[in-house]
Design a protein around this ligand. Structure first.
Ligand code: GLN
Length: 203
């Protein structure tokens, strides 16, 4: 596959868009900011970045992207990182009744705990082993969600335990074309997760 001929779309409504575009470029692919359904049509894969899931969800509806992204995910790969994971999920747990609600896309069968690792002050970096991707992968968690329930169709790729909480949390998973991470794989020099995602693009 000639990497440069493949367009990786990054949903460009709010959040870590430039960081993803930079990582895509480093891997030798072409990056495409996606703001409209017409942009999405040109993409071979789509990244839903980290940011603020309430804002991204609202803008996604305003730009009429909700159904086009769902349809896209049936044929082409989608990566959701952090807020993007929240948006890809089928269920969001613990949404405050008074706060602005996030409507998820339901691209894979999982329930996420939003801000499950706590607020900004609880952000952290750790090393992960990811099934099929590798070991010692640095992962940056920023007000990160985790997957509390993964359905039978979902393959868990990484779990972590941490001094700040009891037990083990699912932080990466995939279901066919859809890959999700609690953390920001675009923020470190180690681009193995991004590369793995791009390898899902059909030749
Ligand atoms: N906590 C944010 C949210 O709920 C996600 C944070 C992130 O993407 N780094 O949208």
């Amino acid at each position: 596959m000639r990497r440069g001929s493949k367009m990786i779309g990054v949903l460009d409504l709010q959040g870590a868009v430039p960081e993803h575009l930079a990582a895509i470029k480093k891997l030798g692919y072409a990056g495409l900011p996606v703001k409209t359904p017409a942009d999405l049509d040109k993409a071979d894969a789509l990244i839903i970045p980290g940011g603020e899931s309430t804002a991204i969800s609202r803008l996604m509806r305003e730009n009429a992207l909700f159904k086009p992204i769902r349809d896209f995910s049936r044929k082409r790969p989608v990566l959701g990182t952090c807020a993007g994971l929240i948006l890809c999920a089928s269920e969001i747990l613990g949404q405050n009744e008074d706060a602005q609600k996030v409507a998820p896309l339901g691209l894979l069968d999982c329930a996420v705990s939003r801000n499950g690792f706590g607020r900004q002050a609880n952000s952290f970096e750790t090393m992960l082993s990811m099934d099929g991707i590798g070991d010692d992968i640095p992962a940056v968690f920023i007000r990160a969600p985790y997957i509390e329930r993964a359905g039978p169709s979902v393959k868990v790729l990484a779990r972590i335990s941490h001094a700040g909480f009891h037990g083990v949390r699912i932080v990466a998973a995939e279901c066919g074309n859809v890959l999700v991470t609690s953390f920001h794989p675009e923020l470190t020099g180690d681009l193995r997760v991004m590369d793995y995602f791009c390898s899902k693009i059909p030749r």
